[in-house]
Design a protein around this ligand. Structure first.
Ligand SMILES: C=CC1=C(C)c2cc3[nH]c(cc4nc(cc5[nH]c(cc1n2)c(C)c5CCC(=O)O)C(CCC(=O)O)=C4C)c(C)c3C=C
Ligand SMILES: [Fe+2]
Ligand SMILES: [Fe+2]
Length: 343
C-alpha cells in the first residue's frame, strides 16, 4: 500500500532558551548542516555557538510565535490536513528536527499498512543541509525499523511549471495595487563549500558569474543554479523587467563564505539607489518561519527604513493556500496513479 511523508525542517518546542538549545544542538550537529569532522563540529557548536545563540534565537522566536505554536509547524500541519483530504492515499507529516519526528511519521504510515512511501521534502531547491539530510535519516530509519518499506523521492521542484505558477500568482496577488520600486528574491543562504560538495561533476560549479547559466548535470543538485532558475522563471511569467528585481541570500552564520550577495547588505544599500518601496519574496521556504517572519518581515523591514526606505512588503510563502495544496496533491495523485497502473 502506498503513502506519503511530507517533511519540513521543524522548530523548537517553545520560544525559550531551554527548548531552543536542544533543537539547535540537533540541527547544527547534523553533519550535512555543519559539514566538518565531528570533533570540530562539537567544539564549534557545543563549545561556542550553543553558549550564546539559544538565548538570542529564543528572543527571535518569541517575536513570531503563535498561540498554536511555531508558525512553520502550524502551517505545515494545516497544509498536511488539506492535502490529506485531496488524495486517496494516507499522508503523514514529519519534521527533520524536533517534532513530529521522522520516525513517528514513518511509524504512522507503517501502522496504516503503508509499505511504499513517497518521501516529499518540502524544499523547492536541493541542498545537502535541507534535502540530503532528510533522505539520509529516512534511509537510516528505514533500514533499522522498516526494512520492508520502499521509498520514492520527490525531487527538487524549483522549476516545475505548476509550482512556478503558484509562486508567480501569489506574488502577483500580493503586488496588486502596490506600486513597488523593486522586487527582491531572498533565498536561504548556504556556505559556498556546500555547492562544491554537491557538484556531481566535481568541476562545474565555480560559483562565478556564468557557471549557473551554463548547462551541466551538476545543476540537478546545485542549490545556486536552482535558486536562479526559480527567480528567472517567475520573473518571466510575471513580465518583470531587468533592473526591477534582484536575488540575494539570507540567514548566514559567521565563519565561512556563504553565497552572495547577502540580503541584509543589499537591502541596506537599496534606499540610496532610489529604491524606496521594496517587496521581498522568500522562495526557498514553502512555509513562513523564523527566517521569513522575523529576519525579513521584521528585521530587514526595520533596517530598510532606517536606511531611508519608505515602504516594505514581505510577501507570504505559499503556506496552506488552496492553489499550492492542490499542486502538492496533484503530484501525489500522479505518483499514486502511475504506480498503481504499473503494479
Ligand atoms: C550552517 C548553518 C545552516 C545552514 C547551512 C542552513 C541551511 C538551510 N536552512 C533552511 C531552512 C531553515 N532554516 C531555519 C532556521 C535556521 N537555520 C540555521 C542554520 C543553517 N541553515 C539556524 C541556526 C536556524 C535556527 C534559527 C537561528 O538560530 O537562526 C528555518 C526556520 C525554522 C523555524 O523554526 O522557523 C528554516 C525553514 C534551508 C532551506 C537551508 C538550505 C538551503
Ligand atoms: Fe537554516
Ligand atoms: Fe553553478
Amino acid at each position: 500500500m502506498k503513502g506519503v511523508l511530507l517533511v519540513n525542517l521543524g522548530s523548537p518546542e517553545s520560544p525559550t532558551a531551554k527548548d531552543v538549545k536542544p533543537y539547535l544542538d540537533e540541527f547544527l550537529m547534523d553533519k550535512y548542516v555543519i559539514d566538518v569532522p565531528f570533533l570540530l563540529r562539537a567544539l564549534l557548536v557545543r563549545g561556542i555557538i550553543l553558549q550564546t545563540r539559544p538565548k538570542k534565537s529564543a528572543a527571535a522566536y518569541a517575536k513570531i510565535w503563535w498561540d498554536e505554536g511555531s508558525p512553520l509547524v502550524v502551517i505545515s500541519k494545516r497544509m498536511h490536513e488539506k492535502v490529506e483530504k485531496l488524495v486517496d492515499v494516507p499522508v503523514s507529516l514529519a519534521m527533520r528536527y524536533g517534532n513530529p519526528s521522522l520516525l513517528s511519521g514513518l511509524q504512522e504510515l507503517h501502522d496504516k499498512g503503508v509499505n511504499e512511501v513517497l518521501l516529499f521534502p518540502l524544499y523547492p531547491q536541493h541542498a545537502m543541509a535541507s534535502t540530503t539530510t532528510i533522505l539520509e535519516l529516512a534511509e537510516e530509519l528505514r533500514k533499522k525499523h522498516f526494512p520492508e518499506m520502499k521509498f520514492t523521492i520527490v525531487p527538487a521542484f524549483y522549476n516545475k511549471p505548476d509550482y512556478i505558477k503558484n509562486l508567480a500568482d501569489s506574488i502577483k496577488g500580493h503586488l496588486d495595487g502596490y506600486d513597488y520600486d523593486h522586487l527582491l528574491f531572498s533565498y536561504h543562504g548556504i556556505p559556498e563549500r556546500h555547492i562544491r560538495k554537491t557538484d556531481i561533476t566535481k568541476s562545474h560549479c565555480k560559483i562565478d558569474g556564468s557557471c549557473c547559466n551554463t548547462p551541466s548535470p551538476a545543476h540537478e543538485f546545485c542549490y545556486r543554479h536552482q535558486c536562479y532558475e526559480t527567480t528567472k522563471q517567475v520573473v518571466k511569467l510575471l513580465g518583470i523587467p531587468e533592473g526591477k528585481y534582484s536575488q540575494t541570500f539570507q540567514s548566514r552564520l559567521a565563519g565561512d563564505k556563504w553565497l552572495t550577495p547577502y540580503t541584509d547588505v543589499e537591502v541596506n544599500k537599496m534606499p540610496e539607489k532610489g529604491i524606496k518601496k521594496l517587496a521581498v519574496v522568500t522562495p526557498a521556504f514553502v512555509s513562513d518561519c523564523l527566517e521569513t517572519l522575523e529576519e525579513i518581515a521584521m528585521e530587514a523591514n526595520h533596517e530598510f527604513k532606517k536606511h531611508g526606505g519608505e515602504e516594505f512588503l514581505a510577501i507570504p510563502c505559499l503556506n496552506d493556500s488552496d492553489e499550492w495544496c492542490t499542486t502538492v496533491s496533484n503530484w501525489i495523485s500522479e505518483w499514486a496513479t502511475v504506480e498503481k497502473s504499473i503494479a
